[in-house]
Design a binder for this molecule. Structure first.
Ligand code: SAM
Ligand code: SF4
Length: 503
């Protein structure tokens, strides 16, 4: 696809060099490839005692150092890995208890001026059917997601293009929040819109902040400077490693409280990439008063149309290594949310969730317009890649309940100002869990009444009873008698059709 003059002109206006330079250390950014390799080398063959000490530090909800993380990544003994997996689950429980949050992606536009060698939206993929949803179409998609399936959170996704610029993104967010749909017993509404879109300037990020963006998510794809330049060809905006690397600095400066990072695993050495994520988290903590990434994502490379690097890569991540990298991330940045997507099969998801996952998507469709136009078949010409787990939200929630997890639809934290440094403090001290436990009970009750199948409602109710019992047991240590009684009252009101009550 040849770029038009208008597209070229727009591309030239995107990157603001000054908004990169101001955070840099002279000529250097905070990823030193050689330093990462030397840490991985110098921490080889760690002894058991050292690993056990590191695990204790994670259990105290402290971010690990690069040396400690490198030591974990170098463990070879399978028994020690089992111990690492076990402690990863324990850290998750300590910070987030048995809660899982669910969401759905909503793809709004697949126009893209970039040419990333692994992505079906790249501009040289002429097979891709390009489409941008109108605001009416965005509302139609939202009606299905919020009114039929029962989602409360979305991640909206866009290619990088003048047709899907910051103004369009802001308009789609507003369109989504405006939709309110009657349901069996109440109403459905999206209460949090997270965004996955290209890096933006501080002014454009302010635009998103002003319409109530949830988390701003951008994946670095790979932290290797060399490979980054290769898979994001010259002459594209995305070729600029540092414009991307510092976009979370800009977002925090623009007043977006929750930022999310990630790597596209399979492009480069997985151990190196985990180190890159850790350096990124530590850099944000250092610069922004302890605020690290709200979540970390670890998508694995999936088949995509006309995406040569998917075949070419030497770094595909095996299922076993995938488990290891998720567990190490859990331990290295213990307070962060970890997002597992429907790129992965149901079987892999089952194995990974106990290692510390906090969020996952369900009823996922990634074709543009796929929810309201109801096409179920995956069509490679209409989507970015092929997903591995198309199960419905009802099925996923039922399985989670069978595994002992309660699905939380709580979005109260953000609406009560529990974001940014406030949420970080609560997470590190384990106190966030107290509010969340109550809100999980209330929002799960709502969802069961409005959307669940009989079978799911049955098992869901058992989980709720158990949760209420647990809260009761924690009176008066963690909850006052008044709060417990309030919970019971709210619970009854929700059963009678009231919605959106929270602590
Ligand atoms: N265009 C924006 C950007 O590049 O930042 C928005 C993101 S893109 C639509 C969403 C994410 O999908 C990318 O950041 C990348 O990590 C992931 N992705 C791209 N191609 C993929 C593939 N073949 N398999 C799995 N994930 C892929
Ligand atoms: Fe465009 Fe993003 Fe795909 Fe790259 S990853 S081609 S920027 S949509």
């Amino acid at each position: 696809m040849v770029l038009s003059v208008k597209e070229k002109k727009w591309m030239d206006s995107v990157i603001k060099e000054e908004e990169v330079r101001r955070y840099m250390d002279g000529e250097y950014d905070f990823i030193d490839d050689e330093e990462i390799w030397s840490k991985l080398l110098s921490n080889r063959s760690p002894d058991k005692k050292r690993i056990e000490d590191i695990l204790q530090k994670s259990l105290a909800i402290e971010t690990l150092t690069p040396d400690e993380t490198a030591a974990l990544l170098n463990v070879e003994d399978p028994e020690l890995w089992d111990e690492i997996f076990r402690v990863a689950g324990e850290v998750k429980k300590k910070v987030y208890d048995n809660r899982i949050v669910t969401f759905a992606p909503l793809y709004c536009s697949n126009y893209c001026v970039n040419n990333c060698l692994y992505c079906g939206f790249r501009r040289e993929n002429l097979r891709e059917k390009r489409r941008k949803l109108s605001l009416e179409e965005v509302k139609e998609e939202t009606k299905v997601l919020a009114g039929e399936i029962g989602h409360k959170r979305l991640i909206v996704v866009y290619g990088e293009h003048p047709l899907s610029d910051a103004r369009y993104i802001a308009d789609t967010i507003e369109a989504i929040y405006s939709v309110k749909v009657p349901t069996r017993n109440g109403f459905g509404q999206i209460r949090r819109v997270n965004v996955n879109a290209a890096p933006m300037s501080i002014d454009n990020l302010r635009l998103l902040r002003d319409v109530g963006i949830g988390t701003y998510q951008v994946f670095q794809e790979t932290y290797s400077h060399e490979l980054y330049a290769k898979v994001h060809p010259e002459g594209t905006i995305k070729h600029d490693y540092r414009w991307r690397l510092y976009c979370m600095h800009r977002a925090l400066e623009a007043g977006i409280d929750d930022v999310a990072i990630g790597v596209l695993f399979g492009l480069y050495d997985w151990r190196f990439e985990v180190m890159g994520l850790l350096y990124h988290a530590r850099e944000l903590e250092k610069r922004f008063d302890g605020i690290g990434p709200h979540t970390i994502s670890f998508p694995r490379l999936m088949p995509a149309a006309e995406a040569p690097f998917v075949q070419e890569t030497r770094y595909k991540v095996s299922d076993e290594d995938f488990k290891r990298l998720v567990a190490v991330l859990r331990l290295a940045v213990p307070y962060t949310g970890l997002i597992l997507t429907a790129r992965e099969t149901a079987d892999i998801r089952r194995q990974l969730i106990p290692l510390g996952i906090t969020q996952t998507d369900a009823s996922t469709k990634i074709g543009i317009g796929a929810y309201s136009e109801n096409y179920d078949e995956q069509e490679i010409e209409r989507q970015q890649f092929i997903i591995g787990d198309p199960r419905s939200l009802d099925e996923v929630i039922r399985e989670l309940a069978e595994m002992g997890y309660i699905t939380s639809f709580c979005t109260a934290g953000y609406r009560c100002g529990r974001t940014g440094d406030r949420i970080m403090k609560l997470l590190r001290s384990g106190k966030e869990g107290r509010f969340c436990k109550l809100n999980a009970i209330l929002t799960f009750r709502e969802w069961l009444d409005d959307f669940a199948s009989e079978q799911t409602r049955h098992i869901g109710e058992q989980i709720i009873e158990k949760e209420i019992e647990e809260v009761k047991m924690q009176v008066p240590e963690n909850y006052s008698e008044t709060v417990f009684n309030e919970l019971l009252k709210y619970y009854e009101r929700i059963k009678n059709g009231e919605r959106d009550l929270y602590f």
